[in-house]
Design a protein around this ligand. Structure first.
Ligand SMILES: Nc1ncnc2c1ncn2[C@@H]1O[C@H](COP(=O)(O)OP(=O)(O)OP(=O)(O)O)[C@@H](O)[C@H]1O
Ligand SMILES: [Mg+2]
Length: 810
């Protein structure tokens, strides 16, 4: 109310001092004080007061007096202050609610005297209070100026006080009126403060008091500013930004357009809804999303949280690609992609049939084992194709850290899900074929054992709730078809092996390689090098030449590379303008690939020229291989040594071989003291791969006898078998790989333990054996009688064969 104040400057009222005024109406007011020279609009609502105003005739003078207690509704004389203001009523306006709006102007301070009437309204006598004017002095002047300037400051910094007030204040010269004007203008003065000022007739004292009020108010104002700015500071960066952003969002919402982040969040939400994740996971994802939408998009962990949600949203929780398995079609596809491998394909189809009949089968995991390049990986790809599923390959070779498979916790910087989840994201379906390649080369160290993570992945009992460290949500892997591959099974942890159905793939013979090259490798390489098949004739002979003399492998990878090299050379010829049809001859092969790289048959012929050298057969993870055992004798004291990259078992079987030769020296037609003055040295030249095992026993015995009888072993003959001290030949493993290696090396006779006959019949087909004679032996004597020439005719024949082979190579 006070702020509505309108002050009017009038010349000082010149009522005589101490003048007695007869009874006039007394208007009690609550919560306000009327000062002389001020105009105050009063709302009059009380019945008695309305009667009072209505009773006024020409004489419009009343006494305006503040109540001591504003809450008093029908105040009596005692409820009023003693000092009030004589006022003139200028205008009365009737309000719609029956109350009156009364404009009053203060004239001068009065002290109330006798009350003449109480009802219907009060009237009282009064006495004018004289102002105590101060003498003019510099102090007064200073005080007055100070009051004005403080008032100005307050008005300036107040949002509610009109600037006009400053101008008026500057123009008031009398200190008393100045004090009254300011007192009635300040909104912060209480009624009590104002009443006190009204009751101070001493002008100097009144000015002093006003000055104090102003100073105090200024101080309060400054303090408030300080607090305000401190609060502002602390709130500023976060809260203010937040408010602004919220406002911006609201505005954008009003305008109907979303900003990028909001669009992004809306999209993520859609993705989460559509992903088909389990209820619990979805709840968590939406919770994270809500958190994200409250975050500042510039904040560091915004993108981390967003990434996480994105991962959850894009995983194929419920998306499958495959329908029913059509076994006939699957067979067609497997046959179309791979030559031979009949047994392998059959087992795969059996496996798929069971899965078809029992789709929720918690069956074992397939594991393809075999030498490099025999088609394990590509067979896996084919299985996926046959099933109409996506294919993905995870290389386990050299994987040391469990986290590579299972991911890092989200708290790590740069954390990501592991390979399993990453690949699931890539294939976008939850039932792909996952090929876990090179499971035999899995590492382990302080960072944890990936094999144990793999166990969980492969175990049908647990893998429906596979938990990646990053996602920290269970994912159902039970629909994934896992296929592992390995070159050998020895290093594979037993618990893993337990869960796998092993399918062995062996190396190929030369004929098989040629067939594979003709149907698969050559057409593929032609296509890859952009060569028109009509322009090239690639006869079987040339392929066989490459397989035999330019590769030494169980699989066909190197063969494919060499074929590729040939096609690149042809491409170059065509590019150079030679457009006629090319037939690949042996000469062209030599021209394109250089001189012959591998000549195992001549190597055998060459090395077995000397007595004391026998050819053995070894099994290695990269396929079978031939191995040479060389025995030498020198003057000495009957000691022996064995060298080469060989293991303990092989050393022991060398001992056994030597002991048998010694104890049978006489029978063999040897001087029993033959070894007394000499040392024996057996060397097994290291191939790329260390060799061990008992299967070289017969070979070592043969080498020693060959040495001591000075008879070279028959050419192009190889053998394998364990030997006992009594001269029995025991069966050994890996016959198929060993036999194929022998055949690839050009060997024509192979001696095997008699008990391996069954292995041969089961694992090798007639066309694979063709061209090689297999001799079965149960005793070392039988081995020797086959391995060493018995007649001079045989010796001469062997010489001739050797010479032919060696000269052919030159
Ligand atoms: N029986 C086959 N019929 C047709 N192509 C074959 C056959 N076997 C192998 N291949 C081809 O040989 C190449 C090498 O095969 P792949 O990569 O599958 O070998 P791998 O057994 O996985 O070897 P590694 O153990 O080194 O991984 C592929 O291009 C594959 O298509
Ligand atoms: Mg592979």
């Amino acid at each position: 109310m006070a702020s509505d104040f309108v002050s009017v400057i009038k010349p000082t009222a010149d009522e005589p001092e101490g003048q007695q005024i007869g009874p006039i109406p007394v208007l009690p007011v609550r919560d306000t004080v009327l000062f002389p020279h001020a105009v105050l609009p009063l709302t009059v609502g009380r019945e008695s007061s309305i009667q009072l105003i209505q009773s006024l005739g020409e004489e419009k003078t009343i006494l305006v007096v503040a109540q001591r207690d504003a809450r008093q509704d029908s105040p009596q004389a005692a409820d009023l202050h003693n000092i009030g203001t004589r006022a003139t009523v200028h205008k009365v306006v009737k309000m719609p609610n029956q109350s009156l709006f009364v404009f009053t102007e203060g004239n001068e301070r009065v002290r109330l005297g006798e009350f003449a009437q109480i009802t219907p309204f009060m009237t009282a006598e009064s006495e004018v209070i004289a102002e105590v004017e101060p003498a003019k002095s510099p102090e007064l002047e200073a005080l007055q100026r100070n009051v004005v300037s403080q008032f100005q400051q307050i008005v300036t910094s107040s949002p509610t006080l009109s600037d006009d007030l400053q101008t008026i204040a500057i123009n008031i010269e009398e200190p008393g009126r100045l004090a009254d004007f300011i007192a009635s203008s300040l909104p912060f003065l209480t009624t009590a403060d104002k009443q006190e000022l009204l009751e101070t007739p001493d002008v100097a004292a009144r000015l002093e008091r006003i000055n104090k009020h102003l100073a105090k108010e200024l101080e309060v104002q400054q303090l408030r500013n300080k607090i305000q700015s401190e609060v502002q500071d602390s709130v500023q960066s976060s809260q203010r930004d937040f408010y602004l952003r919220e406002q911006l969002k609201a505005i954008q919402k009003e305008l109907g357009d979303l900003d990028d982040t909001q669009k992004d969040i809306a999209e993520l939400k859609e993705k989460i809804e559509a992903a088909g994740m389990p209820e619990e996971t979805k709840k968590d994802a939406l919770k994270e999303l809500a958190r994200l939408s409250r975050m500042n998009s510039m904040a560091a962990d915004y993108s981390l949280t967003r990434n996480y949600i994105e991962w959850l949203a894009v995983l194929p929780w419920a998306k499958s690609s495959a329908g029913e398995v059509d076994i006939l079609k699957a067979k067609e596809i497997l046959d179309a992609d791979h030559y031979g491998l009949k047994k392998v394909k059959d087992r795969i189809l059996d496996y798929l049939s069971v899965r078809r009949l029992k789709p929720d089968m918690k069956g074992p995991i397939l594991c393809f084992v075999g030498p490099p390049g025999v088609g394990k990986t590509s067979l896996g790809r084919s299985v996926a194709k046959a099933l109409g599923r996506k294919f993905s390959r995870i290389s386990l070779g050299g994987m040391h850290d469990e986290a590579e498979l299972r991911g890092h916790r989200r708290t790590y910087i740069g954390a990501l899900p592991g390979q399993i989840i990453q690949n699931l994201k890539r294939v976008e379906t939850n039932d792909p074929v996952f090929m876990l390649d090179e499971i035999d080369k899995l590492g382990r160290d302080f960072r944890g054992d990936p094999a144990s993570a793999l166990l969980e992945v492969l175990d049908p009992e647990q893998n429906n709730t596979f938990r990646d460290n990053y996602l920290d949500q269970p994912f159902d892997l039970s629909k994934v078809l896992f296929i592992c591959t390995a070159n050998q099974l020895d290093p594979v942890p037993a618990p893993l092996l337990d869960r796998m159905e092993i399918i062995e793939l062996t190396g190929y013979t030369e004929e098989e390689k040629v067939a594979i090259a003709e149907t698969y490798l050559i057409p593929r390489q032609e296509k890859e090098n952009g060569i028109d098949p009509a322009l090239v004739d690639f006869p079987k002979d040339a392929v066989a030449q490459i397989a035999r003399h330019y590769t030494r492998e169980a699989g066909v990878r190197k063969l494919e590379q060499q074929v590729g090299t040939i096609f690149r050379k042809i491409a170059r010829r065509i590019a150079e303008g030679k457009n006629e049809k090319v037939t690949i001859t042996n000469e062209l092969v030599r021209e394109f690939l250089g001189g012959i790289k591998v000549r195992v048959d001549t190597e055998i012929a060459e090395r077995t020229k000397r007595a004391g050298v026998a050819v053995g057969l070894a099994w290695t993870p990269v396929g079978g291989d031939v191995l040479f055992v060389e025995a030498s004798r020198m003057k000495g004291k009957g000691s022996f040594a064995i060298t080469g990259q060989i293991g303990d078992v092989m050393k022991e079987s060398m001992q056994a071989a030597l002991t048998w030769v010694r104890s049978n020296a006489k029978k063999l037609g040897l001087d029993e003291d033959l070894l007394k003055d000499s040392d024996l040295h057996i060397h097994v030249p290291a191939g790329a791969i260390p060799k061990d095992g008992p299967s070289a026993g017969v070979t070592m015995a043969t080498a020693i006898v060959s040495l001591l009888t000075d008879t070279p072993v028959r050419p192009l003959l190889a053998m394998t078998g364990e030997i006992t001290l009594s001269g029995n030949v025991l069966p050994v493993g890996g016959i198929k790989e060993k036999f194929l290696a022998a055949k690839r090396a050009g060997v024509r006779d192979v001696i095997l333990p008699v008990d391996c006959r069954q292995q041969v019949e089961e694992d090798l087909q007639a066309d694979q054996i063709e061209g090689v004679t297999i001799h079965y032996a149960s005793r070392i004597e039988e081995v020797l009688s086959i391995a060493l020439p018995r007649t001079t005719g045989e010796v001469v024949h062997d010489e001739v064969v050797r010479e032919e082979l060696i000269s052919a190579a030159v």
